[in-house]
Design a protein around this ligand. Structure first.
Ligand code: ACO
Length: 165
């Protein structure tokens, strides 16, 4: 099992994984227009942390790091249907937090969570209370009325994943 983060960088292997992830999002997020999913997953300002097993993507999180504002917006998050509730979603988020802090320099995540995913995000440390100063995020993230805005503060010291294993 591997957790790898890539954007649309033109590398064939990465493109195959991103297309697989796009297909998982299209199935698992039926309310999202497919063209919108493709556009963001393939957009070079977005990155995707992916769970790869036997060279096949089984889930991932697509986000946009706003380096100057030091926060990231999570656009999509999903695990393929027959691999849900096995802990992959939790491990994926831990890898994302560590990468976002150490590679992107982020301190927070914001996301519009679907109603039925609020429980998952709460378990990952997200809250409905937004503590990030509005000047840091207002005008950066798009208003989206199909979900609940949630925030996660990324601990600046905690080892979220054991990179030695
Ligand atoms: N509601 C409440 N709790 C949940 C949900 C949920 N929808 N999904 C998982 N959990 C809980 C699990 O029971 C588990 O709790 P535990 O630690 O007490 O046992 C914990 O959250 C973590 O479970 P994982 O097995 O790590 O989660 P999983 O691998 O299934 O991934 C995910 C969670 C991504 C939500 C997955 O179920 C999924 O793809 N769902 C469909 C798509 C979706 O709703 N995505 C989020 C939309 S919002 C957005 O994309 C910004």
């Amino acid at each position: 099992l591997k957790f790898l983060c890539y954007s649309n960088d033109g590398v064939d292997e990465h493109m195959i994984w991103l297309v697989g992830l796009k297909n998982i999002f299209a199935r698992q997020l039926p309310n999202m227009p497919k063209e919108y999913i493709v556009r963001l997953v393939m957009d070079r300002t977005h990155k995707s942390m992916m769970v790869i097993r036997n060279n096949i993507v089984v889930g991932g999180i697509t986000y946009r790091p706003y380096a100057s504002q030091r926060f990231g917006e999570i656009a999509f998050c999903a695990i393929t249907a027959d691999e849900q509730v096995k802990g992959y979603g939790t491990r994926l988020m831990n890898h994302l937090k560590q990468h976002a802090r150490d590679a992107d320099g982020l301190t927070h995540f914001l996301t519009y969570a679907d109603n039925n995913a609020v429980g998952y995000f709460v378990k990952q440390g997200f809250t409905k209370e937004i503590t990030l100063d509005k000047e840091r995020w207002h005008g950066y993230i798009k208003d989206y009325d199909g979900g609940i805005l949630m925030e996660c503060k990324i601990d600046q010291k905690l080892p979220y994943v054991d990179l030695a294993t």
